[in-house]
Write a protein that binds this ligand. Structure first.
Ligand code: NAD
Length: 329
């Protein structure tokens, strides 16, 4: 069976090729992002393997179905980029990787917290230039601080366990409280109250119509002045331009983003020789208390291996008429 990978990088080829031996699938790797313009590349491929910034709108899905594709195998947990109603109408099955390594993403969120707090990004640049001054590098003890976890599923719970290890007090917001968080001593609150009480807020909920722009000018105004906000969930959880005002007036003291609302046109490519056209991102990158990583939280060896194994299992199980990890609208 022919499988075409869109948006594939060398690390995808490495992890999938190592995992593919026992699956007998014919894998083809394409660096192009899936859009209306590139969908025709999939002609004759029964399976398309897509990533988070591939565009799976109704028009793209129609082109894929017309070209003979029958299965969309997402190599991600999130599926907010797929028009599931259109897929169903077109008879396209959609499968995903519901869990690979919650540790990968949770640990990256913690890496952003530690780097922002102890200003590692600034210290790294200083010492390389022979500047050994500590001016402006004062951090705070994480021990005893209050951390708000928004979305307490697999990643949020893993993140909460790590922060509990630092001696932080945990607050949580999720329509479905997780007993594991309660066992860690977390208190579930409504979101505005969590925002008022937490010094660090980390977003781990999926992007849905309810969570789009969960963080907006009104919710930013509820934060404690100087609070830290971390987003490793999805870019559109935050109304990004609103962050600029909150950073300028100090309401937001630290910002760590691994995801960005408009990342699809930017992330995963080396654009260092091009002028950055995105003025919001360009402004965010000027703040010394902001760190942006380009959607790399998932990028550990363990996560890549698990993504490859589950995706290939999803494809072979679907081909055998016994599908798993189906996403239904
Ligand atoms: P999960 O399904 O285990 O947990 C999601 C949690 O969010 C659930 O407990 C759910 O009840 C909760 N939730 C749903 N609606 C909510 C709302 N309105 N407010 C608050 N909570 C709400 O998912 P997970 O594996 O923990 O992943 C969480 C998200 O992380 C994914 O949806 C994805 O967008 C993101 N993610 C990012 C990366 C990355 O590399 N940056 C990698 C994987 C996943």
């Amino acid at each position: 069976m022919r499988v075409l990978f869109f948006s594939s990088q060398t690390y995808d080829q490495d992890s999938f090729t190592s995992a593919a031996a026992r699956h007998g699938l014919d894998l083809h790797f394409q660096p192009a992002r899936l859009t209306e313009d590139t969908a025709a590349l999939a002609n004759g491929h029964e399976v398309v393997c897509a990533f988070i910034n591939d565009d799976l709108n109704a028009d793209v899905l129609k082109r894929l179905a017309d070209g003979g594709t029958r299965l969309i195998a997402l190599r991600s947990a999130g599926y907010n980029h797929v028009d599931l109603a259109a897929a169903k109408r077109l008879g396209l099955a959609v499968v995903r990787v519901p869990a690979y390594s919650p540790h990968a993403v949770a640990e990256h969120a913690v890496a952003l917290i530690l780097a922002l707090n102890r200003r590692l990004h600034r210290a790294y640049n200083r010492t390389r230039e022979g500047n050994f001054s500590l001016h402006g590098l004062t951090g705070f003890d994480l021990h005893g601080k209050t951390v708000g976890v928004v979305g307490t599923g697999q990643i949020g719970a893993t993140f909460a366990r790590i922060m509990a290890g630092f001696g932080c007090k945990l607050l949580a917001y999720d329509p479905y409280p997780n007993p594991e968080l309660l066992a860690l001593g977390a208190t579930y609150l409504e979101l505005p109250e969590l925002l008022r009480q937490a010094q660090i807020i980390s977003l781990h909920c999926p992007l849905t119509e309810q969570t789009r722009h969960l963080i907006n000018p009104q919710s930013l105004a509820q934060l404690q002045p100087g609070a830290m906000l971390i987003n490793t969930g999805r870019g559109a959880l935050i109304d990004t331009p609103a962050l600029i005002e909150a950073l300028k007036d100090g309401q937001l003291g630290y910002l760590g983003l691994d995801v960005y609302e408009e990342e699809a046109q930017l992330f995963f490519e080396d654009r260092s020789d091009l002028p950055l056209q995105d003025d919001v991102l360009a402004r965010l990158l000027t703040f010394p208390n902001v760190i942006v990583t380009a959607h790399q939280a998932f990028l550990t060896r363990e996560a890549l291996a698990a993504i490859a194994t589950t995706t290939l299992d999803n494809i072979t199980r679907w081909a055998a008429g016994n599908p798993q990890n189906l996403v239904e609208g």
